[in-house]
Design a protein around this ligand. Structure first.
Ligand SMILES: [Cu+2]
Length: 74
């Protein structure tokens, strides 16, 4: 059974709303990610994903590959 998880990622490096859209698209393209909402003003990405198919590390790596930094928010 798929276990959906939601995490908050603190992202840095965004400089406009298009950056948030790019992060949304990058994370949304990952297999197992069902929902993602990135807010430029707060630098926060809320990501819902199937933890059997994709890991938090995968999410962070994807954000990095897009040119931004991300860290799991407690
Ligand atoms: Cu931008």
């Amino acid at each position: 059974m798929a276990e959906m998880k939601t995490v908050h990622l603190n992202t840095t490096g965004m400089h406009c709303g298009s950056c948030a859209m790019l992060i949304d698209m990058t994370l949304g393209d990952l297999e197992g990610v069902s929902e993602v909402k990135t807010d430029y003003a707060s630098g926060l990405s809320v990501v819902t994903f199937d933890s059997d198919r994709v890991s938090v590390d995968d999410l962070v790596q994807a954000v990095r590959s897009a040119g931004y930094e991300a860290a799991l928010s407690e």
